[in-house]
Write a protein that binds this ligand. Structure first.
Ligand SMILES: [Cu+2]
Length: 143
């Protein structure tokens, strides 16, 4: 009987890792928000084995998560919401400060450095069913 549990756990992990087979995530982190801030950026690097679209994200830590980009207009940095972010096969896409990022909107509780925030990425392959990829992101100050 003792062997049953590790076996079931392995099965569950295999199942959860399914989306991760096609998409790898590196360096997921959330910017440590200033005290009282309700909106904060989250960053990570995504690489898809097959072409895919990041169509959205959710987090239990925030009321909603938006896809954003930043760009310079007449010397002013502007932030704009995107409907989706395309991932080409084998080409890493970096979400980083000053560029593409996730925005956690309406934090449900204050975040501390070292906390882990769960972010569920919604990914749609060109063929096949949409997938959710659960990513742990560490709260920290930018490097
Ligand atoms: Cu933003």
């Amino acid at each position: 009987m003792r062997r049953v549990f590790p076996f079931l756990l392995a099965l569950a992990l295999t199942h959860m890792a399914h989306a991760a087979d096609n998409v790898s995530v590196k360096d997921a982190w959330v910017r440590l928000p200033p005290p009282g801030a309700k909106v904060v950026g989250a960053y990570l690097t995504l690489e898809a084995k097959q072409a895919m679209t990041l169509t959205g994200a959710k987090s239990p830590a925030a009321a909603s998560v938006e896809l954003h980009t930043m760009s310079m207009h007449d010397g002013v940095m502007q932030m704009r919401q995107l409907p989706s972010i395309a991932l080409e096969a084998g080409k890493p896409v970096k979400l980083e400060p000053g560029g593409l990022h996730l925005m956690l909107i309406d934090l449900k509780q204050p975040l501390k450095a070292g906390d882990t925030v769960q972010i569920d990425l919604q990914l749609s392959p060109r063929k096949g069913k949409p997938q959710t990829l659960r990513v742990p992101a560490v709260v920290r100050t930018p490097n």
